[in-house]
Design a binder for this molecule. Structure first.
Ligand SMILES: [Fe+2]
Length: 352
């Protein structure tokens, strides 16, 4: 299977992965033949990408680290909390605890964890899906750091609720497509403190989990907010969620900008982000995350177009690829391990 933009899908193509709404309902079932009306419906709902099964990508398998069912249930629970809240409420996180424990169990049962960025977010369901992705990425990093199950559960619970304070920020500021004024940005910053207070008030979380809401925008060099804490002054869970939060935000389309290219995000996290993030956390984060997700189209320096077949853990910028078009866009099929053939490299991601 391969990941493609909906506007480049020809009618009649076969859907490789079920498309869900943010309510957990099935919009289109895996295996369905994509009619023009289906593609229009996806576009109307803001779903810009899907997975296709076709001759070019035959045999390419895209694996999830957490099952689709668990991920979807988690998204629905987060959505329920974030849309059903009114200011007089305390929040009930008992169900969220159970789903986070399931995510931890599924990840620990995985003998070869690789986060492949399979989630497809729309601008509307971004917040809910982002929360779940941040939770999964944080737990994966925690596993890399050698955390035990109790720590992973605490981390996962705080991570999935890290932005809960946004419930208390006016929607028009959160959804504003243009640049924020200073005053609006100051208002947004308050989601850290408000989130922490909301979680503490619920009485259902350890302080270490609630603290993630407070500390996830602090930066390792002291340039973050709300308290401009530095280095180990920032609690380790919050240092992990900071990386997961930025990574997932940059790899997603937002109201005010398109997602960044895969390599740009990787470079931001590993080099530019060196001042912002704990280096040990970054080291453990990038061990488990693909730069070029399996099933995505890439342009090579030879002008050939290829699909990523397999991630190379040792050399993450050089996966195994299947060349499907030569430089004249003539069809061909040849698999190359870019970690062995060093004359060929990926220039960019592209549509096939
Ligand atoms: Fe945040």
């Amino acid at each position: 299977m391969r990941r493609v933009r909906v506007d480049s899908v020809p009618a009649g193509a076969k859907l490789a992965r079920t498309v869900f709404s943010s309510d957990g309902g099935v919009l289109l079932m895996q295996g369905v033949e994509l009619k023009e009306s289906y593609l229009e419906m996806l576009k109307k709902r803001g779903i810009n990408e899907i997975y296709l099964e076709d001759g070019l990508s035959e045999g390419i398998e895209v694996r999830d680290v957490v099952s689709e069912t668990t991920r979807n249930e988690a998204v629905v629970l987060v959505k329920d909390i974030m849309t059903g809240y009114s200011f007089s409420d305390t929040i009930d996180v008992e169900n969220v605890k159970a789903i986070v424990n399931r995510i931890v169990d599924e990840l620990l049962a995985n003998d070869d964890i690789l986060y492949n960025l399979t989630e497809i977010k729309t601008v509307d369901d971004y917040t809910f899906k982002h929360s779940v992705s941040v939770c999964i990425l944080s737990i994966i990093t925690g596993i890399g750091l050698g955390f035990d199950t109790v720590q992973l559960r605490e981390l996962g619970l705080g991570a999935i609720l890290h932005d809960i304070g946004k419930l208390c920020i006016p929607r028009e500021i959160l959804k504003k497509p243009g640049q924020l004024t200073m005053k609006e940005f100051e208002e947004i910053k308050r989601h850290t403190i408000l989130g922490y207070e909301l979680l503490k008030k619920s009485g259902q979380l350890y302080l270490s989990s609630s603290y993630i809401a407070l500390g996830h925008h602090e930066r390792y060099d002291g340039s973050g907010y709300p308290f401009r804490l530095k280095n180990e002054e920032i609690q380790v869970y919050a240092r992990i969620v900071a990386v997961a939060d930025v990574y997932d935000a940059l790899t997603s389309d937002r109201v005010y900008r398109k997602k960044l290219k895969a390599l740009e995000v990787y470079e931001y996290i590993t080099s530019l982000g060196i001042h912002h993030f704990d280096p040990l956390v970054v080291e453990n984060f990038v061990r488990f995350v693909t730069i070029y997700p399996v099933g995505t189209g890439v342009l090579l320096n030879t002008r050939e177009r290829a699909i990523v077949v397999k991630h190379n853990r040792r050399v993450p910028t050089r996966p195994v690829v299947r060349i499907v078009y030569d430089e004249d866009m003539k069809r061909r099929t040849k698999e190359v391990d870019l970690s062995e053939d060093t004359g060929i490299f990926i220039v960019d991601t592209c549509e096939i």
